[in-house]
Design a binder for this molecule. Structure first.
Ligand SMILES: Nc1ncnc2c1ncn2[C@@H]1O[C@H](COP(=O)(O)OP(=O)(O)OP(=O)(O)O)[C@@H](O)[C@H]1O
Ligand SMILES: [Mg+2]
Length: 283
């Protein structure tokens, strides 16, 4: 496959962007930067419940994330952590409850692509990069298929766009790998590339589901540094089982259990909580 074909294939496969490429107007959508954080809260979930065949995966879940915050979500398998991300990103509709992005954007009324467009980026556990394209081309593709921008996929990059890719390459520590096919990167580097593909689209809120699973200790520590450097400008919600990583991140921790919040506070506080020890950490 030549570069142009693989580029076109990559575009056709890109899961979020078919509507934009089909030319559907997105003019009615909130523009980036329009998230109302006047009350400091960027994400607000109230009384969210989701049932699958009568089983409550989420059960009256309440959560508020401040703008610029780095929040960790922990909890046993099946606690509802991924389902919570599915609700925020519009993949799953709640049976009950409210889910707001800032003060005014009701996420339960938006489609998945509209939610991404509003400024919520999600990283799934398995990297969804384009292995045949170079690291640089992956970032270029992510930038050019950002639905908020209106430039052609086949247009030259502007200086600003090129600078943004170069800055992102440095941030994700792949500036020396820019021309390598992404398929040749280590597992950890692929994860960073996918994070970079989200970052070039300037998300206000990043959702990361088990981002350090399968990484080496060194890659995990570097990922922690990266996430900490993103706070303030971005808000991050990180689901993880790796306690050393959560300790490194140092943010507030929310413990989910059976679809609800069991405990919330700094890591030391939730680790000392008898109920958390009982259901998750073990004795
Ligand atoms: N589409 C679905 N259909 C039926 N049941 C589902 C569906 N998605 C999730 N569930 C169930 O909902 C519960 C919560 O699952 P979820 O994936 O949110 O847990 P989790 O906290 O992310 O767990 P893990 O730590 O293992 O990733 C589980 O019992 C799961 O089997
Ligand atoms: Mg999960």
């Amino acid at each position: 496959m030549n570069a142009a074909t693989s580029f076109a294939t990559a575009v056709a496969e890109n899961r979020h962007d078919q509507e934009w490429l089909g030319g559907i107007s997105t003019g009615h959508l909130a523009k980036p930067g329009e998230v109302d954080i006047s009350h400091k809260v960027i994400l607000y979930l109230e009384g969210i419940s989701v049932s699958f065949d009568g089983f409550k995966a989420l059960n009256n879940l309440n959560l508020a994330i401040d703008a610029g915050e780095l929040r960790c979500i922990i909890g046993p398998n099946g606690a509802g952590k991924t389902t919570m991300m599915d609700v925020i990103t519009g993949k799953t509709r709640p049976d009950e409850g409210r889910c707001f992005f800032g003060q005014t954007i009701d996420l339960t009324q938006l489609r998945e692509a509209e939610i991404a467009h509003a400024g919520i980026g999600r990283k799934f556990q398995k990297p969804t990069i384009f292995e045949n394209l170079s690291v640089f081309e992956n970032l270029e593709l992510a930038l050019k298929t950002d639905k908020r921008a209106r430039f052609s996929l086949f247009a030259w990059l502007s200086d600003d766009q090129r600078d943004k890719i170069v800055d992102t390459l440095k941030l994700i520590r792949l500036d020396h790998e820019a021309d390598r096919p992404a398929g040749l990167l280590s597992h950890g580097q692929k994860q960073w590339l996918e994070i970079g593909m989200l970052l070039v689209q300037d998300p206000k809120l990043l959702l990361l589901d088990e981002p350090v699973a399968g990484m080496t200790d060194d890659e995990t520590a570097r990922t922690g540094e990266l996430f900490k450097s993103l706070t303030g400008k971005h808000s991050l919600v990180v689901v993880e089982h790796d306690m050393a990583f959560i300790e490194q991140l140092g943010g507030k921790v929310t413990v989910l259990h059976e679809g609800s919040v069991l405990a919330e506070g700094d890591l030391a506080t939730v680790q000392a909580d008898e109920r958390v020890i009982e259901v998750y950490l073990g004795r």
